[in-house]
Design a protein around this ligand. Sequence first.
Ligand code: IPD
Ligand code: CA
Ligand code: CA
Length: 261
Amino acid sequence: MVGSANLNIMMKAARRAGRALVKDFREVENLQVSMKGAGDFVSRADMTSETMLKEDLLGARPTYGWLGEETGGQDGEDPTRRWIVDPLDGTTNFLHGLPHWGVSIALEHKGKIVAGVVYDPAKDEMFFAEKGAGAWMNESRIRVSGRSRMIDSIFATGLPFAGRPELPDTLKELARVLPATSGVRRWGAAALDLAYVAAGRFDGYWERRLNPWDVAAGQLIVREAGGLVDTIVPDGNVVEDRTILCANEALFNNLAKLVRG
Ligand code: IPD
Ligand code: CA
Ligand code: CA
């Protein structure tokens, strides 16, 4: 697929940050066996990734605004365009030496996401989409799954950790979803959960307490792959709302019914 200049800038930036993260990830794998712990090291890797992405993205488009997990928001001279970036999604996996984490970059124009890239450097899988141009993984066009029976389908979600208040709601949702399906996965990287729905690997996904940088790119990739995306309380703004629910068209209403209760 021949992407726009902006899409090429996004993919190049994701690859450069990804290369640095892969080097750091090898180091983290070594640190697992030491007593020192890898927490500070990973925080530095995260920050270095955002610094590199900011250099590349704002370097190429200096008038755009910025919203990044590590450095926060910054207005640009052009108030209509903004980069929304998670420099390392799946930090806990990264910290534990689990090769499932990624870089997420979205471009917003006039309040709508128009391009999204989710890159998994450990597997060299680049998921991307531009509004109206379909969804892709590396050289191949991707589509959401063709499954139509809940009992044949698997769904991804996020589970609240460290005392987060969503636990009771999440347990109720799981009690409704698990018996009706082939299972639920918690893989620990929201941007990749969305990319996997787009690629038909998961049949759907839902989660509470997310941030714009977790979902901005991935939700566009799901839509462009033919999936339906909404907030858990219907008709909200998926990027801002902090909750998300998505699936292929055949399964969406069934999943929504179970999650919404
Ligand atoms: C987290 C991951 C995780 C999700 C959390 C996010 P981070 O992002 O996407 O899967 O359950 O809610 O905060 O902190 O690894 O960038
Ligand atoms: Ca994240
Ligand atoms: Ca992050």
